[in-house]
Design a protein around this ligand. Sequence first.
Ligand SMILES: Cc1cc2nc3c(=O)[nH]c(=O)nc-3n(C[C@H](O)[C@H](O)[C@H](O)COP(=O)(O)OP(=O)(O)OC[C@H]3O[C@@H](n4cnc5c(N)ncnc54)[C@H](O)[C@@H]3O)c2cc1C
Ligand code: FES
Ligand code: FES
Length: 488
Amino acid sequence: MIRFLLNDRLVVVEDTASDTTVLDYLRGNTETSTTSHEKRTGTKEGCCSGDCGACTVVVGEPEGDQLKYKTMNACIALMPSLHGKQLLTVEDLAGSPETNQRNKKGELHPVQQALVDHHGSQCGFCTPGIVMSLFALHHESAEDKPDVLEALGGNLCRCTGYRPLVDAANSLANAQADDEFFRNRQQTLSKLQTIEQQGSVSGSGAFIPTSEGELAQYLLDNPDARILAGGTDLGLDVTQQLKKIEKLVSVKNIPSLQTIHEDNNELVIGSAVTYRKISPLLTKYFPEFAHMLDRLGSQQIRNQGTLGGNIGNASPIGDTPPVLLALDASLDLRHGDNIRNIPLNQFFLDYKKTELTSGEYIARIRIPKKPHQLKVYKLSKRYGDDISTVLAAINLETNGDGQITRARVALGGMAAIPKRAELCEKILTGSPLDNETLSQAKAAIRQEFKPMSDVRASSEYRLEAACNLLERYFMELSGQNVRIICHA
Ligand SMILES: Cc1cc2nc3c(=O)[nH]c(=O)nc-3n(C[C@H](O)[C@H](O)[C@H](O)COP(=O)(O)OP(=O)(O)OC[C@H]3O[C@@H](n4cnc5c(N)ncnc54)[C@H](O)[C@@H]3O)c2cc1C
Ligand code: FES
Ligand code: FES
């Protein structure tokens, strides 16, 4: 039984399969197994894979004593992800005629008015999604407010051109949100707290626990259940692979998995912490890592996607595993009451095969806070919102004599798993940072990796690119000026 607020109305969903997408639920797509639906067709369906932003909705959730609004791609979000949240769609911005003064006067919401004023809509298909992205941006606090291009990076528009959209967003930059959603935030928070206090829920193939103990026990009893975190990979199984997910367990309502701790030695990140939430801390300790995250998916994806999901998905082109490998991260894996810690380097076994045993899950990711010279290079066809062709995360320690004392070179897109270039690391360790070492290290990469050719790149391109990225690292570390030509 999933409980959430649709704007200010409590919705209890009992008869909807847990792998129903939020978009199908909203629009009432009769080809799916959705039984309940809202017939709210303002939210559009474009790609159904999280890429175009036509389906963007906004989710409100408590963070401390605040209500935070974040965008989400409704097309790949599964219904259990709404439990305990407030869902806002473009229809809600029109307000209710009984309660909303603005609506009575026929006025638009300020973000809609900004789009009109700046001529930001032509055919209008992308407009509801863009309105919702602008709405979330408008509601961000001054300290969290992302750059306008970041906030709109997940919304495609095929006719207007982006300048009017950016102008519309900029016109609201200094305005503090003062709409009915802002004014009603305390009531919304207390309604959401009431749902939270009701504890774990289950039904229609989904279990939504509120503690790790319940999650661990459920997975022991149901090792075939799929874990749902942000759903930005799992949702694609449903919409692109047309798979049926019979049993789901959501980790999004377990506070201990959403928490970040740090001490003098390490950062300890709950597996269900979103990219958006972890970004400020990474900016402080590992700015290169944080910078790469700005290029992971779009704002909608970063608002929902998690480190645990990126690792658990075990894709060879997942962006964070190579970086975490280069930083010697480790994982706390929990099975029942037992927790074991393993180096991430031992986690990936083969294509989509991991060290996780039946009923085990990733609880936390530990990143040592050691001094580092980490650099992260992501090569993809588009600068933003694109999957990596090759990702290199390189972290060398050098002594005062310019000798490499420790080497971590981790590559994505080069093998069936995200992988450290161990032969290359061996050659680098104890060698001077010079051209001779570089050419031996490149030869080691060529010997060690046999990447595949696919739609993104040929095997030879990937090898060449990985070697060139190592060269770039050498140049940057030795203070040479590297000129990057970016074809925007
Ligand atoms: C449009 C789009 C763009 C994207 N761009 C990028 C990109 O640039 N770079 C990139 O790396 N990825 C990208 N992704 C993939 C995805 O966003 C990331 O892999 C994300 O980190 C997945 O996290 P999630 O929380 O959404 O995982 P989910 O989809 O919830 O889960 C993914 C998998 O991990 C498992 N899982 C989740 N949590 C745990 C856990 N605690 N323990 C064990 N298993 C678990 C799930 O069962 C599932 O099999 C993109 C996806 C989309 C749709
Ligand atoms: S329909 Fe394209 S992102 Fe959802
Ligand atoms: S107005 Fe037509 S796609 Fe944006």
